[in-house]
Structure formats: structure tokens, C-alpha cells
Design a binder for this molecule. Structure first.
Ligand SMILES: Cc1cc2nc3c(=O)[nH]c(=O)nc-3n(C[C@H](O)[C@H](O)[C@H](O)COP(=O)(O)O)c2cc1C
Length: 364
């Protein structure tokens, strides 16, 4: 069974949202190379989180989503809108990101040892298609450095307080697949004490062979090793979610999901496929944003229709309220944003949160 084709409709750019100042800043950032723009955005958020004026102004400029609580196991999410992994890989701007009103933030991917990632340039905007292409390859300061940052962050934000912190872990590039489980366990040992939950990333297309770990056998070993390491290090059982690729063959996906003993699924990561309007000879890497929406939704529907009762966290192509509502109506518990934040600016968080709350209100 082949994966669903990518969206064939043309992306109709939605206007930037939010106050003029933030719209101007978002437009200004587009004049810079994508990775530099991203680092500046993170630096601005880190600063806003540190200074009194920032802490006062940000929530006023960007009203957070209304409360829309959801209990998943022991975790209480205050709303359904989260930040997807890869935005703050090294936990540099958590204080500022927390001010934006997310119900959860997925930090990482963090590898056990530091590594530089792929050569730059490695992020490319495709704004006319509503997309990004990235081949970052897990640049990471390593689990020990990030753990120290999380420890500091936790002084003001205890475990269990909003936004919940999901910590996404991966393997180092040099680690052979046969030893992958010990990489996840090493990262879990360092990071679990500060995490509300862990996410196993076996779906990034930019670490050679990583996606080959998406088999029941590999995943069983990785989950077992991660759970044991996390329990030993943190002294409690943490929920462990698994993030899957949108490019899995349908039959393989069905077998994986049937046998998976995870606590949740993040569906999906970026795709290596390309829609027709993007040149197939375009940059290598994972494609995110609008063209991915239809396929990510199809993966979610397949998983839910096969009777899987794990909570689904919708990632992939949620570039506006329409896709967010579609994913929740389709059975997802939460949605995550990444490319949409580049396309629409940070006001998207509130827009999506309000749309989801409105839909819920209609059912009351
Ligand atoms: C520049 C960039 C870096 C990313 N890095 C990671 C990562 O380190 N780990 C991960 O699990 N996903 C990573 N992702 C994937 C996102 O978390 C998300 O799953 C994907 O972009 C699809 O969502 P979107 O269409 O809303 O962007 C990255 C995405 C982008 C655009």
C-alpha cells in the first residue's frame, strides 16, 4: 500500500496574523537566510523570556489560546496547541516560548553526544508552496549540556506545570543501528529527570538509515531501553511517545502500530516525497508545511481506523486553523506547529487555539 500523494492543490498564502509589529518582524526575518532568521527569532524569544518587559508584553501582544484542557494519562495539557520538535533543539528559548501560550513544547531532537549536523545551508524556504525543506541532520549540543539547561528551566517551571515539556531524543550519526537502543537510553538517562514525557525520533530523513529503525523489533528494543533508563534516572515512569515518518508503506505502518507499546504517536515527521509543483531536483531533505497536510492526515486516519487507541499528536501540515480542526475532528488529541509559524507568524498559536476551542464549544 503506497503512501497518499502530497497535496495537489496550490497553496493559497494566508496573510500573516497578529499585531503589526510582529508581522513586520516576521516579514523582516524573511529577508535573511532561513537558519540565521531562525536563530534570531530564538534569540529574541530567549531575551523576551528573561526581561520583565518581555514577560509583560508578549502575552499582551499575542493572546494565548483559551483553555481547552485534556488529560492524557497523568499529563494535563491546558490546551491542544504544541510546538513541534526541531524549533528549539537545544532548549535556548524555553522561557520565551512558554510565554506564547503553547500547551506543550517539544524540545530537541537531542543526541547523547554533541554533533554538528549537516553542512550549511541546510534549511530552504519554499513560501509559494507553503513549505520548508530541511536537512539539518540533528545538530545538537548533546544531552549533558541540554540537561543542565533544562535543570535551570525547571527551577521556575516545575514538572507538570504548563506548558508541558516533551523531550525528543535521537541517536548520534556515527552510532550503528544495532547499537541505537543504547543511544536512546543514554539520552533518556540525562534528560528524563526534567521531562514530562519523552519522544523517540526514528523518523527524521536526515540521519542516514535512522528511519530503518521503524520496525517492530527495533522499536521494541528502543522503547524498552528508554523506559528502563528513564525510570532509573527520574525515579518515575514517564510516558514515551514515538514519532513516525509519513512515507511508511501502509502495510508496514499497520504492523508497527499494532505491536507498538508506546504511550502516544506523533504523526508525522517531514516527508522525502515532493509534490508535482516542486521540482523533483529540488534540495534534498525533509519537506514540511502545506504540501504535507493531506498525507499526514491520511497516516493519522489509517492509524485511527485500524483501531489503535494510542493518543495521536498531529504534526505535519498544520499551517492554519483549518488543518488543525481537521486533525482534531479526525481523532487527534493535540496538534503541533512548526512551518505554520514561519508562514503566519506567532499569532498562529492563538488563532489555532481559538478555532479548536470554538469547534469544541459547538459540541457542548
Ligand atoms: C527546520 C526544521 C527542523 C526540524 N527538526 C526536527 C527535529 O530535530 N526532530 C524532529 O523530530 N522533527 C524535526 N522537524 C520536524 C517537525 O517537528 C515537524 O514534524 C515537521 O516539520 C512537520 O510539521 P509542519 O508541517 O507543521 O512543519 C524539523 C522541522 C523543520 C522545518
Amino acid at each position: 500500500m503506497n503512501p497518499t500523494p502530497l497535496a495537489s492543490e496550490i497553496y493559497r498564502p494566508a496573510p500573516l496574523a497578529g499585531p503589526v509589529l510582529l508581522r513586520a518582524l516576521t516579514l523582516g526575518l524573511r529577508l535573511l537566510p532561513p537558519e540565521l532568521a531562525h536563530h534570531l527569532a530564538l534569540a529574541a524569544l530567549a531575551l523576551a523570556g528573561r526581561v520583565h518587559l518581555g514577560r509583560l508584553l508578549l502575552p499582551r501582544l499575542l493572546p494565548p489560546p483559551p483553555p481547552m484542557p485534556l488529560q492524557l494519562g497523568d499529563l494535563m495539557f491546558i490546551n491542544r496547541v504544541g510546538l513541534a520538535a526541531g524549533y528549539d533543539k537545544n532548549a535556548v528559548a524555553l522561557e520565551g516560548l512558554a510565554l506564547l501560550g503553547f500547551g506543550h513544547i517539544e524540545v530537541g531532537t537531542i543526541t547523547p553526544q554533541p554533533q554538528p549536523g549537516n553542512q550549511k545551508p541546510r534549511v530552504f524556504r519554499r513560501l509559494r508552496q507553503g513549505a520548508l525543506i530541511n536537512r539539518m541532520g540533528f545538530p545538537s549540543l548533546g544531552a549533558a549540556v541540554v540537561a543542565r539547561r533544562l535543570q535551570r528551566y525547571r527551577l521556575g517551571h516545575p514538572l507538570g506545570t504548563p506548558p508541558l515539556l516533551a523531550v525528543n531524543i535521537g541517536k548520534n550519526k556515527q552510532t550503528p543501528l544495532a547499537e541505537a537502543a543504547s543511544d536512546y537510553a543514554l539520552a533518556a538517562t540525562q534528560l528524563a529527570p526534567y521531562a514530562d514525557l519523552l519522544v523517540i525520533n526514528v523518523s527524521s530523513p536526515n540521519t542516514p538509515e535512522l528511519r530503518a529503525l521503524q520496525t517492530p523489533e527495533h522499536l521494541a528494543r528502543i522503547l524498552q531501553a528508554t523506559r528502563v533508563a528513564a525510570r532509573t534516572a527520574a525515579g518515575r515512569d514517564l510516558p514515551v511517545w514515538v514519532k513516525l515518518a509519513p512515507d511508511l508503506d501502509g502495510d508496514d505502518l499497520s504492523i508497527i502500530v499494532k505491536q507498538l507499546c508506546a504511550d502516544g504517536l506523533v504523526l508525522t515527521n517531514t516527508t522525502v516525497a515532493r509534490p508535482t509543483e516542486l521540482d523533483r531536483g529540488d534540495q534534498a531533505g525533509g519537506l514540511s508545511g502545506w504540501p504535507l497536510a493531506q498525507r499526514a492526515l491520511a497516516v493519522q486516519s489509517q492509524v485511527i481506523n485500524q483501531g489503535c487507541n494510542l493518543p495521536v499528536i498531529a504534526s505535519g501540515g498544520v499551517v492554519g486553523p483549518v488543518q488543525a480542526v481537521e486533525r482534531l475532528r479526525g481523532g487527534a488529541s493535540l496538534v503541533q506547529l512548526w512551518t505554520g509559524l514561519v508562514l503566519r507568524g506567532p499569532a498562529l498559536i492563538g488563532l489555532v487555539g481559538r478555532a479548536l476551542a470554538d469547534v469544541e464549544g459547538q459540541h457542548d
